[in-house]
Design a protein around this ligand. Structure first.
Ligand code: NAD
Length: 257
């Protein structure tokens, strides 16, 4: 399948899953906009590297997904947005009565509200182009809860609600909106949780991986970035034209239980 002529905007894509999705959509021929809140030489160098590897146009646009005007500004600066992948996300692990208010606000803003702002800004461009795909990277935590992740679980459940609503609002148009719910993927986001999880449960970091993190994943294997990128590409393919307002779990069986 070729995405030649399409522009894909992927939020939070200088690392982890977002970066993998950027490579996969570029490999399929899309021009790509990668994003994060930083503005370092290495961010722009990363865009140049993806462009060179796949022979497409890749731009890095700095925008902080915690800020509504910058979420909307990202889409405005992109100029076109046929494929929107809402991927930016952060995590913080703490009991609810000790959960720092600023962490709650940041997680709700970046993981949930940014999806509202980018979607609102992108839909008019998709309607003008006569085609659009919105893929929200939610989580198994959009379907299930875990202790100490109040903000993250709340935000990801919210993203699934928004996905259903946008799917219904665009159902009669050649636009789809779906969510992907990954299980545990070994990216910087999960690596950072390991020490906190070990502390919360008073166990070693190895035990935190085995007994807490992968305890929920019946396959006992981390999901890979490539598997998620392939799922996003599938949702952009004609085979997925009638898939909208739903979520696809890529989680080694976690949410089947
Ligand atoms: P990651 O930390 O590697 O990537 C997160 C990305 O978001 C980075 O590019 C980071 O720069 C960007 N980001 C953070 N704050 C931002 C901000 N304010 N503005 C713009 N960009 C910002 O983590 P990841 O594991 O690749 O996570 C990507 C998405 O996948 C997240 O939404 C996460 O919740 C979700 N997810 C991850 C896992 C997992 O196991 N890794 C599981 C389920 C869902």
């Amino acid at each position: 399948m070729s995405l030649k002529g399409k522009t894909a905007v992927i939020t939070g894509s200088n690392s982890g899953i977002g970066l993998g999705v950027a490579h996969e959509l570029a490999r399929a021929g899309a021009d790509v906009v990668i994003n994060s809140f930083t503005d370092r030489d290495e961010d722009h160098a990363l865009a140049a590297k993806i462009a060179k590897k796949h022979g497409v146009t890749v731009r890095y646009i700095q925008a902080d997904m915690a800020k509504p005007d910058q979420c909307r500004g990202l889409i405005e600066q992109a100029g076109a947005c046929d494929i929107l992948v809402n991927n930016a996300g952060i995590q913080h692990v703490a009991p609810i009565d000790e959960f720092p208010i600023e962490k709650w606000d940041a997680i709700i803003a970046i993981n949930m509200s940014s999806v509202f702002h980018t979607t609102a800004a992108a839909l008019p461009l998709m309607r003008k182009a006569g085609w659009g795909r919105i893929v929200n990277i939610a989580s198994g935590h959009g379907l299930r809860a875990s202790p100490y992740k109040a903000a993250y679980v709340t935000a990801k459940h919210g993203v699934l609600g928004m996905t259903k609503t946008v799917g219904l609002e665009t159902a009669k148009e050649p636009i789809t909106c779906n969510a992907v719910c990954p299980g545990y993927v070994l990216t910087p986001l999960v690596e950072a949780q390991i020490p906190d999880t070990a502390k919360q449960y008073d166990i070693s970091e190895d035990e935190a991986i085995e007994k807490v993190i992968l305890a929920k994943q019946p396959s006992k294997e981390f999901v890979t970035v490539e598997q998620l990128a392939g799922t996003v590409l599938f949702l952009c393919s004609p085979a997925a034209d009638q898939i909208t307002g739903t979520s696809l779990a890529v989680d080694g069986g976690w949410t089947a239980a």
